[in-house]
Design a protein around this ligand. Structure first.
Ligand code: PLP
Length: 386
Protein backbone atom coordinates (compact mmCIF):
# COMPACT_ATOMS: atom_id res chain seq x y z
CA UNK A 1 0.00 0.00 0.00
CA UNK A 2 1.18 3.53 -0.78
CA UNK A 3 1.72 5.79 2.20
CA UNK A 4 -0.99 8.40 2.73
CA UNK A 5 0.41 11.79 1.75
CA UNK A 6 -0.67 14.59 4.10
CA UNK A 7 2.07 17.21 3.62
CA UNK A 8 0.62 19.36 0.85
CA UNK A 9 2.15 22.57 2.24
CA UNK A 10 5.58 21.05 1.54
CA UNK A 11 4.75 20.14 -2.01
CA UNK A 12 1.95 18.63 -4.09
CA UNK A 13 1.57 15.95 -6.72
CA UNK A 14 1.56 17.27 -10.30
CA UNK A 15 -2.03 17.35 -11.54
CA UNK A 16 -2.98 15.16 -14.50
CA UNK A 17 -3.99 18.26 -16.48
CA UNK A 18 -0.64 19.95 -15.83
CA UNK A 19 1.25 16.81 -16.83
CA UNK A 20 -0.69 16.52 -20.10
CA UNK A 21 -0.18 20.21 -20.84
CA UNK A 22 3.57 19.88 -20.26
CA UNK A 23 4.27 16.70 -22.22
CA UNK A 24 4.38 18.20 -25.73
CA UNK A 25 6.89 20.84 -24.58
CA UNK A 26 9.26 18.18 -23.25
CA UNK A 27 9.54 16.38 -26.60
CA UNK A 28 7.84 17.54 -29.81
CA UNK A 29 7.76 21.27 -29.08
CA UNK A 30 11.20 21.58 -27.59
CA UNK A 31 12.15 24.87 -29.26
CA UNK A 32 13.98 27.75 -27.64
CA UNK A 33 11.52 30.67 -27.30
CA UNK A 34 14.20 33.11 -28.44
CA UNK A 35 14.51 31.42 -31.86
CA UNK A 36 12.63 32.97 -34.77
CA UNK A 37 11.81 29.76 -36.66
CA UNK A 38 8.60 27.84 -36.01
CA UNK A 39 9.80 25.64 -33.12
CA UNK A 40 10.93 28.75 -31.30
CA UNK A 41 7.74 30.67 -31.98
CA UNK A 42 5.55 27.79 -30.78
CA UNK A 43 7.48 27.75 -27.52
CA UNK A 44 7.33 31.54 -27.23
CA UNK A 45 3.58 31.54 -27.81
CA UNK A 46 3.18 28.90 -25.10
CA UNK A 47 5.16 31.03 -22.64
CA UNK A 48 3.17 34.17 -23.45
CA UNK A 49 -0.17 32.37 -23.27
CA UNK A 50 0.88 31.00 -19.89
CA UNK A 51 1.82 34.51 -18.72
CA UNK A 52 -1.67 35.62 -19.62
CA UNK A 53 -3.26 32.71 -17.74
CA UNK A 54 -1.16 33.23 -14.61
CA UNK A 55 -1.91 36.96 -14.68
CA UNK A 56 -5.67 36.39 -15.02
CA UNK A 57 -5.70 33.85 -12.17
CA UNK A 58 -4.45 36.49 -9.72
CA UNK A 59 -6.10 39.58 -11.22
CA UNK A 60 -2.90 41.00 -12.75
CA UNK A 61 -1.88 42.22 -16.20
CA UNK A 62 0.39 39.99 -18.28
CA UNK A 63 3.00 42.75 -18.36
CA UNK A 64 3.21 42.43 -14.57
CA UNK A 65 4.17 38.71 -14.48
CA UNK A 66 7.80 37.50 -14.61
CA UNK A 67 8.72 33.82 -14.48
CA UNK A 68 11.28 32.51 -12.00
CA UNK A 69 12.56 29.17 -10.65
CA UNK A 70 10.15 29.24 -7.69
CA UNK A 71 9.23 30.97 -4.46
CA UNK A 72 12.76 31.34 -3.14
CA UNK A 73 13.99 33.11 -6.26
CA UNK A 74 10.89 35.32 -6.38
CA UNK A 75 11.37 36.46 -2.77
CA UNK A 76 15.10 37.06 -3.28
CA UNK A 77 14.56 38.95 -6.50
CA UNK A 78 11.96 41.33 -5.13
CA UNK A 79 13.81 42.16 -1.92
CA UNK A 80 17.21 42.61 -3.56
CA UNK A 81 15.68 44.68 -6.38
CA UNK A 82 13.97 47.00 -3.93
CA UNK A 83 17.28 47.57 -2.16
CA UNK A 84 18.89 48.61 -5.44
CA UNK A 85 16.10 50.67 -6.98
CA UNK A 86 14.68 52.71 -4.11
CA UNK A 87 16.68 55.05 -1.89
CA UNK A 88 16.64 54.24 1.82
CA UNK A 89 18.39 51.94 4.29
CA UNK A 90 15.49 50.35 6.15
CA UNK A 91 13.37 47.22 5.52
CA UNK A 92 10.44 45.86 7.50
CA UNK A 93 9.40 42.22 7.69
CA UNK A 94 8.01 39.80 10.27
CA UNK A 95 9.68 37.22 12.48
CA UNK A 96 7.52 34.43 11.03
CA UNK A 97 8.47 34.75 7.35
CA UNK A 98 9.92 31.88 5.36
CA UNK A 99 13.71 31.80 5.34
CA UNK A 100 13.68 32.85 1.68
CA UNK A 101 12.69 36.27 3.04
CA UNK A 102 14.45 36.21 6.43
CA UNK A 103 17.85 35.06 5.17
CA UNK A 104 17.73 37.58 2.33
CA UNK A 105 17.01 40.33 4.83
CA UNK A 106 19.91 39.07 6.97
CA UNK A 107 22.23 39.48 4.00
CA UNK A 108 20.98 43.02 3.46
CA UNK A 109 21.82 43.68 7.10
CA UNK A 110 25.40 42.59 6.45
CA UNK A 111 25.44 45.18 3.66
CA UNK A 112 24.50 47.92 6.12
CA UNK A 113 20.70 47.97 5.88
CA UNK A 114 18.58 48.09 9.01
CA UNK A 115 15.85 45.49 9.35
CA UNK A 116 12.81 45.73 11.61
CA UNK A 117 11.28 42.32 12.29
CA UNK A 118 7.68 42.75 13.46
CA UNK A 119 6.52 40.29 16.08
CA UNK A 120 3.18 38.61 15.22
CA UNK A 121 0.56 37.92 17.87
CA UNK A 122 -0.08 34.39 19.14
CA UNK A 123 -2.26 33.52 16.12
CA UNK A 124 0.15 34.95 13.56
CA UNK A 125 -1.35 38.36 12.81
CA UNK A 126 0.31 41.74 12.34
CA UNK A 127 -1.71 44.89 13.03
CA UNK A 128 -1.62 47.94 10.71
CA UNK A 129 -0.84 50.24 13.66
CA UNK A 130 2.12 47.99 14.51
CA UNK A 131 3.39 48.37 10.95
CA UNK A 132 2.73 52.09 10.84
CA UNK A 133 4.75 52.61 14.01
CA UNK A 134 7.73 50.87 12.37
CA UNK A 135 7.71 52.79 9.06
CA UNK A 136 10.47 55.41 8.82
CA UNK A 137 11.24 58.06 6.19
CA UNK A 138 14.03 55.80 4.87
CA UNK A 139 11.95 52.59 4.73
CA UNK A 140 12.32 50.92 1.33
CA UNK A 141 10.08 47.87 1.46
CA UNK A 142 7.68 46.01 3.74
CA UNK A 143 7.49 42.22 3.25
CA UNK A 144 4.66 40.38 5.01
CA UNK A 145 3.49 36.91 4.01
CA UNK A 146 -0.10 36.26 2.94
CA UNK A 147 -0.36 32.87 4.63
CA UNK A 148 2.06 31.24 7.02
CA UNK A 149 3.67 27.92 6.12
CA UNK A 150 3.95 26.55 9.67
CA UNK A 151 0.60 27.44 11.25
CA UNK A 152 -1.55 28.18 8.19
CA UNK A 153 -2.84 31.56 9.37
CA UNK A 154 -4.13 33.79 6.57
CA UNK A 155 -3.05 37.33 7.35
CA UNK A 156 -5.14 40.41 6.67
CA UNK A 157 -2.54 42.16 4.56
CA UNK A 158 -4.88 44.62 2.82
CA UNK A 159 -4.64 47.27 5.61
CA UNK A 160 -0.89 46.64 5.83
CA UNK A 161 -0.41 47.25 2.11
CA UNK A 162 -2.60 50.38 2.37
CA UNK A 163 -0.49 51.71 5.26
CA UNK A 164 2.72 51.12 3.27
CA UNK A 165 1.29 52.92 0.26
CA UNK A 166 0.21 55.92 2.36
CA UNK A 167 3.85 56.29 3.38
CA UNK A 168 5.19 55.70 -0.17
CA UNK A 169 6.84 52.45 0.91
CA UNK A 170 6.89 49.39 -1.39
CA UNK A 171 4.89 46.35 -0.24
CA UNK A 172 5.68 42.70 -1.01
CA UNK A 173 3.74 39.63 0.01
CA UNK A 174 5.08 36.08 -0.08
CA UNK A 175 1.89 34.33 -1.24
CA UNK A 176 3.53 30.96 -1.91
CA UNK A 177 1.18 29.13 0.48
CA UNK A 178 -1.93 31.07 -0.52
CA UNK A 179 -1.98 31.16 -4.32
CA UNK A 180 -4.28 28.43 -5.65
CA UNK A 181 -5.63 27.73 -2.15
CA UNK A 182 -7.75 30.81 -1.44
CA UNK A 183 -9.37 33.35 -3.77
CA UNK A 184 -6.87 36.14 -4.32
CA UNK A 185 -6.64 39.33 -6.36
CA UNK A 186 -3.52 41.48 -6.42
CA UNK A 187 -5.52 44.66 -7.06
CA UNK A 188 -7.83 44.26 -4.10
CA UNK A 189 -4.88 43.27 -1.90
CA UNK A 190 -3.15 46.47 -3.01
CA UNK A 191 0.35 44.95 -3.09
CA UNK A 192 3.25 46.08 -5.28
CA UNK A 193 4.93 42.65 -5.43
CA UNK A 194 3.80 39.08 -4.86
CA UNK A 195 5.70 35.74 -4.98
CA UNK A 196 4.18 32.43 -6.04
CA UNK A 197 5.46 28.90 -6.62
CA UNK A 198 3.93 26.21 -8.87
CA UNK A 199 4.72 23.10 -6.83
CA UNK A 200 2.44 24.28 -4.01
CA UNK A 201 -0.67 24.12 -6.23
CA UNK A 202 -0.14 20.84 -8.14
CA UNK A 203 2.20 22.37 -10.69
CA UNK A 204 5.78 21.29 -11.37
CA UNK A 205 8.74 21.99 -9.10
CA UNK A 206 11.35 24.60 -9.96
CA UNK A 207 9.05 27.19 -11.48
CA UNK A 208 7.32 30.22 -10.02
CA UNK A 209 6.52 33.83 -10.74
CA UNK A 210 6.77 37.36 -9.50
CA UNK A 211 3.87 39.77 -9.77
CA UNK A 212 5.31 43.27 -10.04
CA UNK A 213 3.06 46.33 -10.34
CA UNK A 214 6.10 48.50 -11.06
CA UNK A 215 8.32 46.51 -13.46
CA UNK A 216 10.98 49.25 -13.43
CA UNK A 217 11.58 48.30 -9.80
CA UNK A 218 12.82 44.83 -10.83
CA UNK A 219 16.52 44.80 -11.60
CA UNK A 220 18.12 41.80 -13.31
CA UNK A 221 19.76 39.46 -10.82
CA UNK A 222 20.51 36.97 -13.58
CA UNK A 223 22.20 38.68 -16.50
CA UNK A 224 22.78 37.10 -19.86
CA UNK A 225 20.59 36.63 -22.91
CA UNK A 226 18.00 39.19 -21.83
CA UNK A 227 14.92 36.98 -21.49
CA UNK A 228 11.87 38.19 -19.53
CA UNK A 229 12.20 41.70 -21.00
CA UNK A 230 15.87 41.95 -20.01
CA UNK A 231 14.96 41.32 -16.38
CA UNK A 232 15.68 37.61 -15.88
CA UNK A 233 18.07 35.97 -18.27
CA UNK A 234 18.20 32.28 -19.02
CA UNK A 235 16.31 30.10 -21.50
CA UNK A 236 12.75 29.81 -20.26
CA UNK A 237 11.56 26.63 -18.53
CA UNK A 238 8.82 26.20 -21.15
CA UNK A 239 7.26 22.93 -19.90
CA UNK A 240 7.39 24.19 -16.32
CA UNK A 241 5.76 27.50 -17.19
CA UNK A 242 3.03 25.77 -19.21
CA UNK A 243 2.42 23.28 -16.37
CA UNK A 244 2.25 26.08 -13.82
CA UNK A 245 -0.36 28.02 -15.81
CA UNK A 246 -2.51 24.92 -16.27
CA UNK A 247 -2.25 23.92 -12.60
CA UNK A 248 -3.02 27.43 -11.40
CA UNK A 249 -6.08 27.76 -13.59
CA UNK A 250 -7.29 24.35 -12.40
CA UNK A 251 -6.65 25.18 -8.75
CA UNK A 252 -8.36 28.57 -8.89
CA UNK A 253 -11.26 27.21 -10.98
CA UNK A 254 -11.92 24.39 -8.51
CA UNK A 255 -11.79 26.55 -5.35
CA UNK A 256 -15.61 26.53 -4.99
CA UNK A 257 -15.41 22.73 -4.54
CA UNK A 258 -12.02 22.28 -2.87
CA UNK A 259 -12.40 24.91 -0.15
CA UNK A 260 -15.54 23.34 1.43
CA UNK A 261 -14.16 19.82 0.90
CA UNK A 262 -10.85 20.58 2.59
CA UNK A 263 -12.52 22.63 5.32
CA UNK A 264 -14.69 19.62 6.21
CA UNK A 265 -11.64 17.32 6.41
CA UNK A 266 -9.72 19.93 8.36
CA UNK A 267 -12.46 20.39 10.96
CA UNK A 268 -12.71 16.63 11.38
CA UNK A 269 -8.97 16.28 11.88
CA UNK A 270 -8.65 19.24 14.25
CA UNK A 271 -11.57 18.00 16.34
CA UNK A 272 -10.13 14.48 16.45
CA UNK A 273 -6.64 15.56 17.50
CA UNK A 274 -7.43 18.37 19.94
CA UNK A 275 -9.49 16.00 22.14
CA UNK A 276 -6.17 14.50 23.23
CA UNK A 277 -4.89 16.11 26.44
CA UNK A 278 -1.95 18.48 26.04
CA UNK A 279 -2.64 19.26 22.39
CA UNK A 280 -3.01 22.87 21.20
CA UNK A 281 -4.08 24.04 17.76
CA UNK A 282 -1.58 26.64 16.53
CA UNK A 283 -2.39 29.62 14.32
CA UNK A 284 -5.74 31.33 13.82
CA UNK A 285 -8.60 28.87 14.44
CA UNK A 286 -10.80 30.62 11.83
CA UNK A 287 -8.68 32.42 9.26
CA UNK A 288 -6.53 29.51 8.16
CA UNK A 289 -5.68 27.84 4.89
CA UNK A 290 -8.21 25.14 3.94
CA UNK A 291 -6.91 21.70 4.92
CA UNK A 292 -4.09 23.13 7.05
CA UNK A 293 -3.87 21.58 10.56
CA UNK A 294 -1.05 22.46 12.96
CA UNK A 295 -0.56 21.58 16.59
CA UNK A 296 1.88 21.57 19.44
CA UNK A 297 1.78 18.33 21.36
CA UNK A 298 3.23 18.21 24.86
CA UNK A 299 5.22 15.31 26.28
CA UNK A 300 6.38 13.69 23.05
CA UNK A 301 9.98 14.93 23.10
CA UNK A 302 10.92 16.25 19.68
CA UNK A 303 8.32 16.33 16.90
CA UNK A 304 10.62 14.28 14.64
CA UNK A 305 9.83 11.27 16.89
CA UNK A 306 6.12 11.66 16.17
CA UNK A 307 6.68 12.25 12.45
CA UNK A 308 8.78 9.06 12.30
CA UNK A 309 6.19 7.08 14.25
CA UNK A 310 3.45 8.20 11.86
CA UNK A 311 5.63 7.42 8.88
CA UNK A 312 5.92 3.87 10.18
CA UNK A 313 2.12 3.75 10.26
CA UNK A 314 1.97 4.89 6.63
CA UNK A 315 1.24 8.63 7.06
CA UNK A 316 3.46 11.34 5.60
CA UNK A 317 3.15 14.42 7.81
CA UNK A 318 5.50 17.19 8.85
CA UNK A 319 6.89 18.72 11.99
CA UNK A 320 6.76 22.23 10.55
CA UNK A 321 8.08 23.71 7.37
CA UNK A 322 9.68 21.32 4.88
CA UNK A 323 13.00 23.13 4.90
CA UNK A 324 13.50 22.78 8.64
CA UNK A 325 12.02 19.29 8.96
CA UNK A 326 15.39 17.62 9.02
CA UNK A 327 16.78 19.99 11.63
CA UNK A 328 16.03 19.48 15.29
CA UNK A 329 15.81 23.18 16.02
CA UNK A 330 12.61 24.64 17.39
CA UNK A 331 10.47 26.27 14.70
CA UNK A 332 11.37 29.98 14.42
CA UNK A 333 7.73 30.62 13.54
CA UNK A 334 6.37 29.12 16.74
CA UNK A 335 9.00 30.98 18.77
CA UNK A 336 7.91 34.20 17.03
CA UNK A 337 4.31 33.42 17.99
CA UNK A 338 5.37 33.28 21.63
CA UNK A 339 5.63 29.52 22.20
CA UNK A 340 8.58 28.43 24.33
CA UNK A 341 11.39 26.16 23.06
CA UNK A 342 9.72 23.09 24.50
CA UNK A 343 6.45 23.65 22.65
CA UNK A 344 8.13 25.01 19.52
CA UNK A 345 10.09 21.80 19.07
CA UNK A 346 7.02 19.59 19.49
CA UNK A 347 4.90 20.74 16.55
CA UNK A 348 2.94 18.68 14.07
CA UNK A 349 1.72 19.92 10.70
CA UNK A 350 -0.79 17.98 8.65
CA UNK A 351 -1.79 19.64 5.40
CA UNK A 352 -4.55 17.92 3.48
CA UNK A 353 -5.11 17.94 -0.24
CA UNK A 354 -8.02 17.17 -2.54
CA UNK A 355 -6.80 13.56 -2.89
CA UNK A 356 -7.24 12.89 0.86
CA UNK A 357 -10.42 11.24 2.17
CA UNK A 358 -12.42 11.17 5.39
CA UNK A 359 -11.31 7.57 5.98
CA UNK A 360 -7.67 8.68 5.77
CA UNK A 361 -8.33 11.49 8.23
CA UNK A 362 -9.92 9.03 10.67
CA UNK A 363 -6.93 6.74 10.20
CA UNK A 364 -4.36 9.41 10.97
CA UNK A 365 -6.32 10.57 14.05
CA UNK A 366 -6.14 7.04 15.42
CA UNK A 367 -2.46 6.70 14.56
CA UNK A 368 -1.67 10.02 16.28
CA UNK A 369 -3.51 8.95 19.44
CA UNK A 370 -1.54 5.71 19.62
CA UNK A 371 1.82 7.28 18.75
CA UNK A 372 1.42 10.14 21.23
CA UNK A 373 0.48 7.72 24.04
CA UNK A 374 3.53 5.58 23.28
CA UNK A 375 5.94 8.51 23.05
CA UNK A 376 4.65 9.96 26.30
CA UNK A 377 5.18 6.65 28.04
CA UNK A 378 8.71 6.55 26.68
CA UNK A 379 9.46 10.19 27.39
CA UNK A 380 7.79 10.19 30.81
CA UNK A 381 7.08 13.86 30.27
CA UNK A 382 3.90 15.61 31.39
CA UNK A 383 1.44 16.03 28.49
CA UNK A 384 1.24 19.80 28.80
CA UNK A 385 1.85 22.08 25.89
CA UNK A 386 2.99 25.46 27.10
N1 PLP B 1 7.76 31.01 0.90
C1 PLP B 1 6.94 30.19 1.57
C2 PLP B 1 5.91 30.78 2.48
C3 PLP B 1 7.05 28.81 1.42
O1 PLP B 1 6.24 28.00 2.12
C4 PLP B 1 8.04 28.30 0.55
C5 PLP B 1 8.22 26.83 0.41
O2 PLP B 1 8.00 26.07 1.32
C6 PLP B 1 8.86 29.19 -0.15
C7 PLP B 1 8.68 30.55 0.04
C8 PLP B 1 9.91 28.71 -1.10
O3 PLP B 1 9.32 28.29 -2.30
P1 PLP B 1 10.12 27.32 -3.31
O4 PLP B 1 10.11 25.97 -2.69
O5 PLP B 1 9.32 27.36 -4.57
O6 PLP B 1 11.49 27.89 -3.48
Amino acid sequence: MHPVYMDHAATTRLSEGALQAMLPYLREEFGNPSAIYSYGQTAKNAVEKSRDRVARAIGALRSEIFFTSGGTESDNWIIRSAARTKPGRHFITTAMEHNAVLRTMEQLKEDGYEITCLRPDREGHIGPEQLEAAIRPDTVLVSVMLANNVVGTILDIRPLAAAARRHHVLFHTDAVQAVGHVPLNVRSLGVDFLSLSAHKFCGPKGVGAVFCRLPNKLIPLLTGGGQEKERRSGTENVPGIVGMAEALEEAVGSLPETVPYLTDLQERLIAGVTVLPGVTLTGDPQNRLPGFCSFVIGGIGHSALLVNALNEQGYCVSSGSACSAASREASHVLLALGYDEYAASASLRITLGRENTRAEVDGVIEAIGAAVARLRREQRKPPFAR
